[in-house]
Design a protein. Sequence first.
Length: 344
Amino acid sequence: MILKDLRLIGRERTIMSAMAILVFIASFSSIITFGLLVLYKPDFVTVSGVEIGIAGDCPILKTVADGKNYRTLDDALKDFYAGKIDAIIYLPNENLSATNFVTVFLPKDEITGIVASSKVKDTLKDYQRKMREIRGLPGDDGFRFVNPDFRRVDVKEGSSITFRFIYAVLIPLLVITTAIISGGLVVDLISEEHETRTLEVVLSTPMSFTEFISAKVVVSLTVSATLTLVWMILLWVNIGLSNPLLILLLSLSFSMIFASLGVVVTSILKDRERSQLVFSLIAISLVTASFTTPSMMAGVVARVSAGSQFSAIEFLTYPVIGSVLCAASVLLSERLYFWRSHQS
């Protein structure tokens, strides 16, 4: 059953087209992302298109920074919320002999925030060099990042805007789209058996209904794993990729979630058109929700692929949910089938 379905996947033009698009995107990820940034707003390609406001009593910072100066934070915030400036660096009282703590305000818009943060970082580097010069400190010991507990955090240097946009947006979309393809494939495979009335023939053999549904899920997960490996290799060649095994596991976990959804929807509706419509509507809702918080699908994938910090609970939640939903969907599908058999 599994080998038969794998051979028949080549006839599913929609599935094959979607897979080809993913491979194409992964092959030219840097170029495509750069083009999206240009289309979104041309001056985002360089940090020169970003306007930064400097607020507070900080004459040295205002001298070094290339931005608009404000006497108070309230004045800067008014222009910030009005869209006149893209970011704020706030230093209430500059101290030439002690540590200076600055507060940075960045926009919620993800693309603008990426570019603005790059210019803020360059500004603070220049400020650090100037302060070391004023204090008579030799050389430059680099630019250190620390978390709120003042523990050092390693941040990769030299990352372009395109590079970070790929990790924040493109890779999560590749993972989630792969999962959607997996779920759509399950819908097609099961609904085809119902529409061609071959399900009864299959069940007349020693194969049980549970084995029948499980085979469809295994086929979809095999396709998902293969497709994930292909675009991961292409991304690794283009830009590099952290934690490839963890990304593969996450991709399979999300595929299990969407495959379970496909099993349940098709078991209830049976015909392909209605099943694909309902599946697509639910999938769109899940994709939208996946970008809402850092602990949702997209946020976890972004941090894992970029080598950033993530908790074991955040990561393990999705393999557990995927496994449970797979088992539950197969059981529910089996009960629905036998209930309908008894009703008829």
